[in-house]
Design a protein around this ligand. Structure first.
Ligand code: SF4
Ligand code: SF4
Length: 376
Protein backbone atom coordinates (compact mmCIF):
# COMPACT_ATOMS: atom_id res chain seq x y z
CA UNK A 1 0.00 0.00 0.00
CA UNK A 2 1.27 3.42 -0.94
CA UNK A 3 0.69 6.43 1.28
CA UNK A 4 0.41 10.03 0.19
CA UNK A 5 0.32 13.34 1.98
CA UNK A 6 -3.28 14.58 2.19
CA UNK A 7 -2.38 18.12 1.23
CA UNK A 8 -2.03 20.69 3.99
CA UNK A 9 -3.60 18.37 6.58
CA UNK A 10 -0.18 16.66 6.50
CA UNK A 11 -1.88 13.31 7.21
CA UNK A 12 -0.28 10.46 5.32
CA UNK A 13 -3.20 8.54 3.90
CA UNK A 14 -3.27 5.22 2.11
CA UNK A 15 -3.98 5.68 -1.60
CA UNK A 16 -7.19 3.74 -1.06
CA UNK A 17 -9.70 4.79 1.58
CA UNK A 18 -12.52 2.66 2.87
CA UNK A 19 -15.84 4.29 2.03
CA UNK A 20 -18.66 2.98 4.20
CA UNK A 21 -21.71 4.19 2.31
CA UNK A 22 -22.83 0.63 1.55
CA UNK A 23 -23.00 -0.60 5.15
CA UNK A 24 -26.71 -0.96 5.12
CA UNK A 25 -26.87 -4.60 6.22
CA UNK A 26 -25.05 -6.51 8.91
CA UNK A 27 -22.85 -4.85 11.54
CA UNK A 28 -20.71 -7.98 11.69
CA UNK A 29 -19.84 -7.83 7.98
CA UNK A 30 -19.23 -4.09 8.26
CA UNK A 31 -16.72 -4.66 11.05
CA UNK A 32 -15.06 -7.55 9.21
CA UNK A 33 -14.63 -5.25 6.22
CA UNK A 34 -13.15 -2.49 8.36
CA UNK A 35 -10.62 -4.78 10.03
CA UNK A 36 -9.72 -6.46 6.74
CA UNK A 37 -9.14 -3.04 5.15
CA UNK A 38 -6.82 -2.09 8.00
CA UNK A 39 -4.97 -5.41 7.74
CA UNK A 40 -4.44 -4.65 4.03
CA UNK A 41 -2.88 -1.27 4.81
CA UNK A 42 -5.84 1.12 4.51
CA UNK A 43 -5.52 3.79 7.21
CA UNK A 44 -8.40 6.09 6.25
CA UNK A 45 -12.06 5.27 6.80
CA UNK A 46 -14.76 7.57 5.54
CA UNK A 47 -18.36 7.73 6.62
CA UNK A 48 -21.17 10.29 6.85
CA UNK A 49 -24.05 11.30 9.03
CA UNK A 50 -26.37 10.39 6.16
CA UNK A 51 -25.07 6.87 5.45
CA UNK A 52 -27.68 4.84 7.32
CA UNK A 53 -26.07 2.88 10.17
CA UNK A 54 -22.55 3.46 8.93
CA UNK A 55 -21.40 5.76 11.76
CA UNK A 56 -22.79 3.39 14.41
CA UNK A 57 -21.13 0.39 12.80
CA UNK A 58 -17.82 2.21 12.60
CA UNK A 59 -18.31 3.29 16.23
CA UNK A 60 -18.76 -0.39 17.09
CA UNK A 61 -15.45 -1.17 15.41
CA UNK A 62 -13.83 1.64 17.42
CA UNK A 63 -14.88 0.01 20.69
CA UNK A 64 -14.05 -3.50 19.54
CA UNK A 65 -10.41 -2.86 18.70
CA UNK A 66 -9.91 0.15 16.49
CA UNK A 67 -9.26 2.43 19.47
CA UNK A 68 -6.03 0.51 20.18
CA UNK A 69 -4.49 1.81 16.98
CA UNK A 70 -6.48 5.07 16.95
CA UNK A 71 -3.48 7.27 16.28
CA UNK A 72 -2.63 5.33 13.11
CA UNK A 73 -6.18 5.28 11.71
CA UNK A 74 -7.74 8.38 10.26
CA UNK A 75 -11.49 8.75 10.41
CA UNK A 76 -13.56 11.18 8.39
CA UNK A 77 -17.21 11.82 8.73
CA UNK A 78 -19.29 14.16 6.67
CA UNK A 79 -22.16 16.36 7.73
CA UNK A 80 -24.41 18.36 5.40
CA UNK A 81 -24.11 22.15 5.38
CA UNK A 82 -26.60 23.91 7.62
CA UNK A 83 -27.76 27.53 7.57
CA UNK A 84 -27.10 27.95 11.30
CA UNK A 85 -24.35 27.07 13.75
CA UNK A 86 -26.55 25.43 16.37
CA UNK A 87 -27.67 22.57 14.11
CA UNK A 88 -24.10 21.89 13.04
CA UNK A 89 -22.97 21.94 16.70
CA UNK A 90 -25.55 19.26 17.48
CA UNK A 91 -24.69 17.22 14.39
CA UNK A 92 -20.97 17.18 15.24
CA UNK A 93 -21.77 16.05 18.79
CA UNK A 94 -24.10 13.31 17.53
CA UNK A 95 -21.51 12.00 15.06
CA UNK A 96 -18.82 11.85 17.74
CA UNK A 97 -21.18 9.94 20.04
CA UNK A 98 -22.19 7.47 17.32
CA UNK A 99 -18.56 6.95 16.35
CA UNK A 100 -17.37 6.57 19.97
CA UNK A 101 -14.66 9.12 19.28
CA UNK A 102 -13.20 12.09 21.18
CA UNK A 103 -12.11 13.69 17.96
CA UNK A 104 -12.53 13.41 14.21
CA UNK A 105 -9.41 13.46 12.09
CA UNK A 106 -11.40 15.05 9.30
CA UNK A 107 -14.82 16.59 9.02
CA UNK A 108 -16.20 17.11 5.53
CA UNK A 109 -19.08 19.41 4.75
CA UNK A 110 -21.18 16.86 2.91
CA UNK A 111 -22.63 17.90 -0.40
CA UNK A 112 -21.67 21.53 -0.84
CA UNK A 113 -23.80 21.35 -3.95
CA UNK A 114 -25.51 24.72 -4.41
CA UNK A 115 -24.67 28.41 -4.26
CA UNK A 116 -26.96 28.64 -1.25
CA UNK A 117 -24.84 26.03 0.54
CA UNK A 118 -21.78 28.12 -0.25
CA UNK A 119 -23.48 31.19 1.25
CA UNK A 120 -24.21 29.23 4.44
CA UNK A 121 -20.58 28.15 4.62
CA UNK A 122 -19.29 31.69 4.10
CA UNK A 123 -21.70 33.25 6.58
CA UNK A 124 -20.02 34.33 9.84
CA UNK A 125 -22.75 32.80 12.00
CA UNK A 126 -23.50 29.80 9.75
CA UNK A 127 -22.40 26.19 10.13
CA UNK A 128 -18.68 27.00 9.96
CA UNK A 129 -18.91 28.86 13.24
CA UNK A 130 -19.68 25.53 14.94
CA UNK A 131 -16.95 23.82 12.90
CA UNK A 132 -14.40 26.44 14.01
CA UNK A 133 -15.44 25.92 17.64
CA UNK A 134 -15.04 22.15 17.27
CA UNK A 135 -11.56 22.66 15.83
CA UNK A 136 -10.64 25.00 18.69
CA UNK A 137 -11.89 22.45 21.22
CA UNK A 138 -9.86 19.66 19.60
CA UNK A 139 -12.95 17.71 18.49
CA UNK A 140 -12.12 18.15 14.79
CA UNK A 141 -8.61 18.27 13.38
CA UNK A 142 -9.11 19.02 9.68
CA UNK A 143 -11.96 20.40 7.61
CA UNK A 144 -12.89 19.83 3.98
CA UNK A 145 -15.92 19.42 1.76
CA UNK A 146 -17.47 17.01 -0.67
CA UNK A 147 -19.48 18.16 -3.63
CA UNK A 148 -21.65 17.15 -6.54
CA UNK A 149 -21.91 20.79 -7.60
CA UNK A 150 -20.94 22.53 -10.81
CA UNK A 151 -17.30 23.17 -11.60
CA UNK A 152 -17.82 26.89 -11.04
CA UNK A 153 -19.23 26.25 -7.57
CA UNK A 154 -16.39 23.87 -6.67
CA UNK A 155 -13.77 26.42 -7.72
CA UNK A 156 -15.52 29.11 -5.68
CA UNK A 157 -15.64 26.82 -2.63
CA UNK A 158 -11.95 26.00 -2.99
CA UNK A 159 -11.18 29.71 -3.29
CA UNK A 160 -12.79 30.47 0.09
CA UNK A 161 -9.63 28.97 1.65
CA UNK A 162 -11.85 27.53 4.38
CA UNK A 163 -10.95 23.95 3.54
CA UNK A 164 -7.93 21.66 3.71
CA UNK A 165 -9.27 18.87 1.50
CA UNK A 166 -11.92 18.19 -1.12
CA UNK A 167 -13.85 15.07 -2.14
CA UNK A 168 -14.44 15.15 -5.89
CA UNK A 169 -16.01 13.29 -8.77
CA UNK A 170 -13.22 12.93 -11.25
CA UNK A 171 -12.61 9.83 -13.35
CA UNK A 172 -11.23 8.77 -16.70
CA UNK A 173 -14.81 8.71 -17.97
CA UNK A 174 -15.69 12.07 -16.41
CA UNK A 175 -12.93 14.67 -16.48
CA UNK A 176 -15.05 17.79 -16.20
CA UNK A 177 -13.59 18.54 -12.75
CA UNK A 178 -9.98 18.51 -13.96
CA UNK A 179 -9.61 22.28 -13.28
CA UNK A 180 -10.82 21.68 -9.70
CA UNK A 181 -8.10 19.05 -9.22
CA UNK A 182 -5.57 21.61 -10.42
CA UNK A 183 -6.91 24.45 -8.26
CA UNK A 184 -7.05 22.21 -5.17
CA UNK A 185 -3.49 21.07 -5.80
CA UNK A 186 -2.33 24.69 -6.14
CA UNK A 187 -3.94 25.38 -2.77
CA UNK A 188 -2.16 22.33 -1.31
CA UNK A 189 -5.46 20.65 -0.49
CA UNK A 190 -5.83 16.92 -0.01
CA UNK A 191 -7.79 15.35 -2.88
CA UNK A 192 -10.10 12.41 -2.28
CA UNK A 193 -11.81 10.80 -5.28
CA UNK A 194 -15.36 9.64 -4.64
CA UNK A 195 -16.14 6.06 -5.61
CA UNK A 196 -14.18 5.62 -8.87
CA UNK A 197 -15.37 2.04 -9.38
CA UNK A 198 -19.07 2.71 -9.12
CA UNK A 199 -19.74 6.37 -9.93
CA UNK A 200 -16.77 6.35 -12.28
CA UNK A 201 -18.37 3.79 -14.58
CA UNK A 202 -19.85 0.77 -12.73
CA UNK A 203 -16.52 -0.88 -13.37
CA UNK A 204 -17.08 -3.96 -11.24
CA UNK A 205 -19.37 -5.20 -13.99
CA UNK A 206 -17.92 -3.75 -17.21
CA UNK A 207 -19.50 -4.51 -20.58
CA UNK A 208 -17.68 -6.82 -22.99
CA UNK A 209 -16.75 -3.96 -25.33
CA UNK A 210 -15.02 -2.05 -22.58
CA UNK A 211 -13.21 -5.16 -21.32
CA UNK A 212 -11.93 -5.83 -24.82
CA UNK A 213 -10.72 -2.24 -25.33
CA UNK A 214 -8.85 -2.11 -22.01
CA UNK A 215 -6.89 -5.33 -22.62
CA UNK A 216 -4.52 -6.45 -21.15
CA UNK A 217 -5.89 -4.52 -18.16
CA UNK A 218 -9.27 -4.68 -16.53
CA UNK A 219 -11.36 -1.52 -16.90
CA UNK A 220 -11.29 -1.16 -13.11
CA UNK A 221 -7.50 -1.43 -12.82
CA UNK A 222 -6.94 0.91 -15.77
CA UNK A 223 -9.28 3.52 -14.31
CA UNK A 224 -7.58 3.32 -10.92
CA UNK A 225 -4.19 3.64 -12.59
CA UNK A 226 -5.35 6.71 -14.50
CA UNK A 227 -6.06 8.33 -11.12
CA UNK A 228 -3.11 6.96 -9.14
CA UNK A 229 -0.63 8.05 -11.79
CA UNK A 230 -1.71 11.62 -11.00
CA UNK A 231 0.42 12.65 -8.03
CA UNK A 232 -1.95 15.51 -7.15
CA UNK A 233 -4.57 12.97 -6.10
CA UNK A 234 -4.20 11.58 -2.58
CA UNK A 235 -6.68 8.76 -2.18
CA UNK A 236 -9.48 6.86 -3.90
CA UNK A 237 -12.51 5.56 -2.06
CA UNK A 238 -13.41 1.90 -2.20
CA UNK A 239 -16.99 1.29 -1.16
CA UNK A 240 -16.50 -2.37 -0.28
CA UNK A 241 -19.63 -3.90 1.24
CA UNK A 242 -17.71 -6.98 2.41
CA UNK A 243 -14.05 -8.02 2.81
CA UNK A 244 -13.91 -9.80 -0.57
CA UNK A 245 -14.71 -6.58 -2.42
CA UNK A 246 -11.40 -5.12 -1.23
CA UNK A 247 -9.30 -7.62 -3.12
CA UNK A 248 -9.60 -6.44 -6.74
CA UNK A 249 -9.07 -2.72 -6.06
CA UNK A 250 -6.05 -3.20 -3.86
CA UNK A 251 -4.18 -5.05 -6.58
CA UNK A 252 -2.99 -1.67 -7.85
CA UNK A 253 -2.41 -0.14 -4.40
CA UNK A 254 1.39 -0.35 -4.78
CA UNK A 255 1.40 1.17 -8.22
CA UNK A 256 1.38 4.96 -8.15
CA UNK A 257 3.97 5.68 -10.84
CA UNK A 258 3.48 7.31 -14.19
CA UNK A 259 1.36 5.48 -16.73
CA UNK A 260 3.31 2.74 -18.46
CA UNK A 261 3.46 2.65 -22.21
CA UNK A 262 0.97 -0.24 -22.27
CA UNK A 263 -1.46 1.69 -20.06
CA UNK A 264 -1.12 4.80 -22.20
CA UNK A 265 -1.81 2.71 -25.32
CA UNK A 266 -4.93 1.21 -23.74
CA UNK A 267 -6.21 4.69 -22.83
CA UNK A 268 -5.45 5.92 -26.35
CA UNK A 269 -7.48 3.00 -27.71
CA UNK A 270 -10.43 4.12 -25.59
CA UNK A 271 -10.16 7.63 -26.96
CA UNK A 272 -9.88 6.36 -30.52
CA UNK A 273 -12.94 4.16 -30.10
CA UNK A 274 -14.97 7.08 -28.82
CA UNK A 275 -14.06 9.18 -31.86
CA UNK A 276 -14.76 6.30 -34.21
CA UNK A 277 -18.08 5.22 -32.70
CA UNK A 278 -19.47 8.72 -32.18
CA UNK A 279 -18.05 10.53 -35.20
CA UNK A 280 -19.84 13.84 -35.66
CA UNK A 281 -22.23 13.02 -32.79
CA UNK A 282 -19.58 13.24 -30.10
CA UNK A 283 -20.30 15.71 -27.32
CA UNK A 284 -16.95 17.19 -26.38
CA UNK A 285 -18.17 18.13 -22.88
CA UNK A 286 -17.40 21.82 -23.32
CA UNK A 287 -20.58 22.84 -21.39
CA UNK A 288 -21.11 25.84 -23.71
CA UNK A 289 -24.77 24.84 -24.28
CA UNK A 290 -25.87 25.55 -20.70
CA UNK A 291 -28.10 26.89 -19.32
CA UNK A 292 -31.08 25.20 -20.95
CA UNK A 293 -34.43 26.87 -20.18
CA UNK A 294 -35.88 23.45 -19.39
CA UNK A 295 -33.00 22.81 -16.99
CA UNK A 296 -31.80 19.76 -18.90
CA UNK A 297 -28.22 18.93 -17.95
CA UNK A 298 -27.31 18.57 -21.63
CA UNK A 299 -23.59 17.76 -21.22
CA UNK A 300 -24.20 15.09 -18.58
CA UNK A 301 -26.99 13.44 -20.60
CA UNK A 302 -24.72 13.42 -23.64
CA UNK A 303 -21.72 12.18 -21.66
CA UNK A 304 -23.80 9.14 -20.69
CA UNK A 305 -24.83 8.75 -24.32
CA UNK A 306 -21.18 9.00 -25.44
CA UNK A 307 -20.28 6.15 -23.07
CA UNK A 308 -23.25 3.99 -24.03
CA UNK A 309 -22.57 4.34 -27.75
CA UNK A 310 -18.78 4.06 -27.62
CA UNK A 311 -18.28 1.43 -24.93
CA UNK A 312 -21.69 -0.20 -24.45
CA UNK A 313 -21.79 1.33 -20.97
CA UNK A 314 -25.59 1.36 -21.10
CA UNK A 315 -26.03 -0.16 -17.66
CA UNK A 316 -23.93 2.60 -16.09
CA UNK A 317 -25.73 5.19 -18.23
CA UNK A 318 -29.13 3.97 -17.05
CA UNK A 319 -27.97 4.02 -13.44
CA UNK A 320 -26.83 7.64 -13.64
CA UNK A 321 -29.57 8.84 -16.02
CA UNK A 322 -32.20 7.41 -13.68
CA UNK A 323 -31.03 9.89 -11.04
CA UNK A 324 -32.16 12.94 -13.00
CA UNK A 325 -35.37 14.27 -11.44
CA UNK A 326 -34.90 11.86 -8.53
CA UNK A 327 -31.98 13.04 -6.43
CA UNK A 328 -32.47 16.78 -5.91
CA UNK A 329 -29.28 18.84 -5.70
CA UNK A 330 -27.21 15.65 -5.58
CA UNK A 331 -27.87 15.09 -9.27
CA UNK A 332 -29.54 18.16 -10.70
CA UNK A 333 -31.24 18.52 -14.05
CA UNK A 334 -34.15 17.18 -16.03
CA UNK A 335 -34.21 14.23 -18.39
CA UNK A 336 -33.60 14.58 -22.11
CA UNK A 337 -37.24 14.07 -23.06
CA UNK A 338 -38.07 17.46 -21.50
CA UNK A 339 -36.52 19.18 -24.51
CA UNK A 340 -39.03 21.51 -26.20
CA UNK A 341 -36.75 22.00 -29.23
CA UNK A 342 -36.62 25.72 -28.48
CA UNK A 343 -33.24 25.86 -30.20
CA UNK A 344 -31.47 28.06 -27.60
CA UNK A 345 -28.58 25.63 -27.25
CA UNK A 346 -27.93 25.05 -30.95
CA UNK A 347 -25.86 28.16 -31.80
CA UNK A 348 -23.79 27.70 -28.64
CA UNK A 349 -22.53 24.23 -29.55
CA UNK A 350 -19.08 24.35 -31.21
CA UNK A 351 -19.60 20.80 -32.48
CA UNK A 352 -22.83 21.80 -34.27
CA UNK A 353 -24.62 18.89 -32.66
CA UNK A 354 -28.31 18.31 -33.21
CA UNK A 355 -28.80 18.46 -29.46
CA UNK A 356 -32.59 17.81 -29.35
CA UNK A 357 -32.19 14.68 -31.50
CA UNK A 358 -29.28 13.42 -29.41
CA UNK A 359 -31.16 14.04 -26.16
CA UNK A 360 -34.08 12.11 -27.54
CA UNK A 361 -31.79 9.24 -28.54
CA UNK A 362 -30.10 9.32 -25.11
CA UNK A 363 -33.49 9.14 -23.42
CA UNK A 364 -34.50 6.15 -25.53
CA UNK A 365 -31.29 4.33 -24.66
CA UNK A 366 -31.06 5.25 -21.01
CA UNK A 367 -34.45 5.87 -19.51
CA UNK A 368 -34.34 2.49 -17.71
CA UNK A 369 -35.59 2.56 -14.16
CA UNK A 370 -35.75 5.53 -11.81
CA UNK A 371 -32.56 5.70 -9.77
CA UNK A 372 -32.00 6.71 -6.22
CA UNK A 373 -29.07 7.35 -3.99
CA UNK A 374 -27.99 4.51 -1.74
CA UNK A 375 -28.38 6.58 1.38
CA UNK A 376 -30.22 9.46 2.93
S1 SF4 B 1 -33.46 22.88 -27.63
FE1 SF4 B 1 -33.96 21.54 -25.92
S2 SF4 B 1 -31.99 21.18 -24.92
FE2 SF4 B 1 -31.72 22.93 -26.27
S3 SF4 B 1 -32.06 24.69 -24.93
FE3 SF4 B 1 -34.04 24.21 -25.90
S4 SF4 B 1 -35.06 22.81 -24.45
FE4 SF4 B 1 -32.89 22.89 -23.85
S1 SF4 C 1 -22.08 22.69 -26.39
FE1 SF4 C 1 -22.25 20.83 -27.66
S2 SF4 C 1 -20.29 19.78 -27.38
FE2 SF4 C 1 -20.44 21.32 -25.77
S3 SF4 C 1 -21.33 20.21 -24.03
FE3 SF4 C 1 -23.03 21.13 -25.11
S4 SF4 C 1 -23.72 19.57 -26.54
FE4 SF4 C 1 -21.69 18.97 -25.84
Amino acid sequence: MLYRRFGKTNLKLSVFSLGTMRYLGSEEIAQQTIFKAIALGINHIETARGYGNSEEYLGGAVTSGLSVCRSQIYITTKIPPTPDAETMRRYIHESLVRLNLDYLDCLGIHGLNTWEHLDWVKSEDGCMQAVREAVAEGKVRHVGFSTHGSLELILAAIDTDLFEFVNLHYYYFHQRNAPAIQRAAEKDMGIFIISPADKGGKLYTPPAKLRELCQPFSPLALSYRFLLSDGRITTLSVGAANPEELIAPLQVADNGGELTQAEAIALAKLEQQQNLALGTEKCSQCYACLPCPENIHIPEVLRLRNLAVAYEMTDYGQYRYGMFENAGHWFPGMKGNRCTECGDCLPKCPENLDIPALLNDAHERLQGKAGRRLWG
